[in-house]
Design a protein around this ligand. Structure first.
Ligand code: ADP
Length: 161
């Protein structure tokens, strides 16, 4: 059984994330999507809300499991018996940070490898931050996030506008 972990904030999940989930799930026996519980990043959605949204949008992919985690990613990987970390690469701007994280994690645990999937052309510009900014101004986010979760993003801003 080859198990991989796709970690991230997913605040909120975008079509770019979902594309990586679908493609990674095709290449591993099991894919765990690890939702980082890190209050210091001041997420818009609680970790429970982020897990719920991911479960809704990836529920049809049978070998995908959604879990939250806190602490070190390599410890989470060890606990879950996963030996591969999946990350998405959008542009050269992602590369420096991702390389640093991958190398650090390999020193912390040499049994866990990091593999990168390049973003699909359709989503290489897309980030959760952009989605939040558009939604905060009441703009149309339908082309950026799964339709099931659009209203929940607008709700977060409805009292603030
Ligand atoms: P983090 O806070 O760890 O960067 P994100 O939720 O922003 O978490 O992203 C999780 C992973 O998904 C990262 O590897 C990121 O590069 C990747 N990712 C984010 N958006 C996209 C996208 N549009 N296409 C492909 N990969 C993406």
């Amino acid at each position: 059984m080859i198990r991989a972990i796709y970690p991230g904030s997913f605040d909120p999940v975008t079509l770019g994330h979902l594309d990586i989930i679908q493609r990674a799930a095709r290449n591993f026996d099991e894919l765990i999507v690890g939702v980082l519980n890190n209050q210091s990043k001041h997420p818009l959605f609680t970790v429970e809300e982020r897990v719920k949204m991911l479960k809704e949008v990836s529920g049809k992919i049978l070998n995908v499991r959604i879990m939250s985690f806190s602490g070190l990613l390599v410890d989470f990987a060890k606990e879950e018996k996963a030996n591969c970390i999946i990350r998405g690469l959008r542009a050269i701007t992602d590369f420096e940070y991702e390389l640093q994280m991958a190398q650090t994690n390999s020193i912390l645990n040499s049994e866990v490898d990091t593999m990168f999937l390049t973003a699909s052309n359709d989503y290489s510009y897309l980030s959760s931050t952009t989605v939040k900014e558009i939604a905060s101004f009441g703009g149309n986010i339908e082309k950026f996030v799964p339709k099931e979760i659009c209203s929940r993003i607008y709700e977060k801003y409805s009292g603030k506008r």
